[in-house]
Design a protein. Structure first.
Length: 146
């Protein structure tokens, strides 16, 4: 069996380089900073999960609840999100998306699409299909929850 460490090292390096290309393109295509990319990810999560709790957001982002609170605070100040008191549990705070937050997502998707088209334009259709198949394979997750 061949030593796969060099392959993994190269994949790691290429993954970081691709992330950098995505961030650089986002900045160039609309002034998005890495901070707003994080905002975009949170907004997508909140939209898809309909008023998740702060704890849900922290778990999703793999950060501590206090870090999630700071992030959500900044997004509430920008009118992208709102806090909602849980009617069933006074201790729980849920998060909802505003109309401004929804517009941020629409603009973000347009910018991301433009950026990714540019990045992957070096691939021919067959290579893009192969990349899609590979990414689907490595990102496959179980959808069932306990």
């Amino acid at each position: 069996m061949a030593n796969k460490t060099p392959d993994i090292t190269r994949l790691t390096s290429l993954t970081f380089m691709l992330g950098r290309l995505v961030r650089e393109g986002a900045r160039a295509n609309g002034g998005a900073s890495s901070h707003s990319l994080l905002h975009f990810e949170v907004l997508q999560y909140v939209k898809e999960n309909r008023q998740p709790t702060m704890r849900d957001i922290a778990r999703y982002l793999l950060i501590t609840p206090p870090a999630a609170t700071l992030l959500i605070d900044s997004m509430v100040k920008k009118s992208l999100l709102v806090r909602i008191l849980d009617k069933n549990d006074r201790r729980a705070v849920r998060v909802g998306i505003t109309e401004k937050g929804k517009r941020f997502i629409v603009l973000g998707i347009k910018g991301k699409t433009r950026n990714l088209k540019d990045i992957f334009s070096v691939l021919n259709p067959k290579e893009r299909a192969q990349l899609i198949a590979i990414l689907q394979k490595v990102t496959k997750r179980k959808t069932s929850h306990p």
